[in-house]
Design a protein around this ligand. Structure first.
Ligand SMILES: C[S@@+](CC[C@H](N)C(=O)[O-])C[C@H]1O[C@@H](n2cnc3c(N)ncnc32)[C@H](O)[C@@H]1O
Length: 243
């Protein structure tokens, strides 16, 4: 079987290994023509970063766990290592980047681990780090992720009631996961709580942080195995422009 996902060392899920989504591709493309530095946040061992480096670009790479970044550095050909800057620590409250010093930020498949308040905090920091007209690229697990099948009606009700985190669910007794032979292994490898992302909520958070939404869609998460799939809208992505 083709290896689609690589486990993280800190039980924060998996890094996509093969199939890239439209938003990550768009970030790579943008990064290669950007005036200022670009940053990949929550990169694990690097998804966009190795591809940017291979095509002659420069990139700053962040992850909560510095061991992932060490691995990325070791796997980077020596002549490209000077183009790679590592930034270990939490994007929520640890790392710091100079104001207006970045042209673009990719944050891929991290926000579904955060509650709404934390996402808002991160977006405000990202906005501060970006130059005017700088771009943000977000990819996350959507409300149509396979493990949210059967829970969508509850989500819609909580959203209609104005719940601050309508899509936050525990995976501990998730019906889809419970049916998996290796459910304990899967649960062990990721945080218990997920906050599946919908476009309206994220667009509102973008606007509050000072971004206009340039592009947003649900898409088939081809980088996942069947346990995560549902109706072809398992992934969600947004591109925002700092106004
Ligand atoms: C599911 S993996 C995604 C990796 C990669 N971006 C991808 O799309 O495949 C989530 C990554 O986010 C990192 N992460 C989680 N919380 C973070 C935080 N507060 N700051 C920076 N990175 C974080 C984890 O260490 C992990 O490597």
């Amino acid at each position: 079987m083709e290896i689609k996902l690589v486990p993280t060392l800190n039980n924060m899920g998996w890094m996509i290994a093969q199939e890239l989504d439209f938003y990550t591709e768009a970030f790579i493309h943008y990064a290669l023509t950007a005036n200022k530095s670009v940053l990949e946040v929550g990169a694990a061992y690097g998804v966009a970063a190795p591809r940017i480096l291979q095509q002659g670009g420069r990139v700053i790479v962040n992850d909560l766990d510095g061991r992932h970044l060490e691995t990325l550095y070791q796997h980077t050909p020596p002549h490209l290592q000077p183009n790679l800057q590592l930034l270990a620590g939490s994007c929520v409250d640890e790392i710091e980047v100079q104001d207006h010093s970045l042209s673009a930020i990719l944050c891929g498949r991290v926000f579904h681990f955060f509650d709404t308040e934390t996402i808002a905090l991160c977006l405000a920091r990202f906005a501060r780090w970006l130059e005017p007209n700088g771009k943000i690229f977000i990819v996350a697990d959507s409300i149509f992720h396979g493990m949210n099948e059967g829970l969508l009606a509850d989500f819609l009700q909580r959203k209609a009631e104005g719940h601050p985190n309508p899509a936050k669910v525990s995976l501990a007794n998730n019906p889809r996961l419970a049916a998996q032979a290796n459910k304990d292994e899967i649960l062990q490898a990721m945080p218990e709580y997920f906050n599946f992302i919908d476009i309206e909520t994220m667009a509102k958070l973008f606007n509050q942080a000072g971004f206009l939404v340039e592009h947003a869609s649900y898409f088939p998460a081809k980088y996942y195995y069947d346990v995560s799939l549902w109706d072809g809208r398992e992934g969600v992505g947004l591109i925002g422009v700092k106004v």
